[in-house]
Design a protein around this ligand. Sequence first.
Ligand code: NDP
Length: 257
Amino acid sequence: MAVVDEAFDLSGKVAVITGGATGIGLGIAQGFARAGADLVIAARRIEKCEAACAVLAEYGVGTLAVQCDVSRERDVQAMIDAALSRFGRVDILVNNAGITGAAKPLLDIELTQWQKTLDTNLTGSMLCARAVAGHMAERGSGKIINIVSAGGIKPLANSADYCASKAGLLMLTDSLAIELAGKGINVNAICPGYIESDLNKDLLDKIREQAARKVPIGYMAKPDSLQGAALLLASDAGDYMVGASLVIDGGSLLTTR
Ligand code: NDP
């Protein structure tokens, strides 16, 4: 696909995408690759990252696979160091790595499960933003995109840890957006509704038809459904966007407000 406007062109830019080896992260990575960005794909399963990089390299862009648990401060710093060492710059960070969490009622959630969800979905995003913000501020430009969830706006049943982590990520987005805007760093969020991916495959297998009926647009989204929004937020086209949260859910939230 040709880039239609130079405002959306990512040639010469470098994007770090956490959890970028699968699902939504890989969908965004493919959109960025088509727009010309070099890509750093980071997750715990290095073999998945390497496989994703092999696919992405076919777009003719540079790629780097990095093993990283975003909840570990040392891993995160090593990931950003590896990105800078390979490409010399990081222009875009997509905080996409996330887990569904315990998926249990409050009375059954163990503290370790609660903490893991918060550590991954919220603290992990903070650690990644913190590790790269100094570099971006020195260069006077950068884009940070947090993949939140409609569940960070409207609660889901039996998902207190997930929803709290995502609501926290939404507020982290707004807080960092104000703090970093003056340094040339745009921080924004995307709030997806249900998207078919490994994360919710088991759930969607059970409720696919019922869920699709609840979505005004009439069908479930695919992992590449966020490409357009992510490209907007990552590119010069989004330069005036600060603390925006783009809900991409086929209209689901509208019907339940
Ligand atoms: P996937 O399970 O396909 O992707 C999640 C990715 O995150 C995996 O690649 C996983 O790789 C990585 N990951 C998980 N934990 C960590 C960690 N501690 N450190 C580094 N990487 C990690 O699911 P989706 O693509 O659906 O999810 C992507 C994001 O989108 C998540 O934040 C999710 O909450 C959000 N989202 C998804 C929705 C959906 O309906 N699918 C709806 C709303 C939001 P690995 O296991 O190798 O580390």
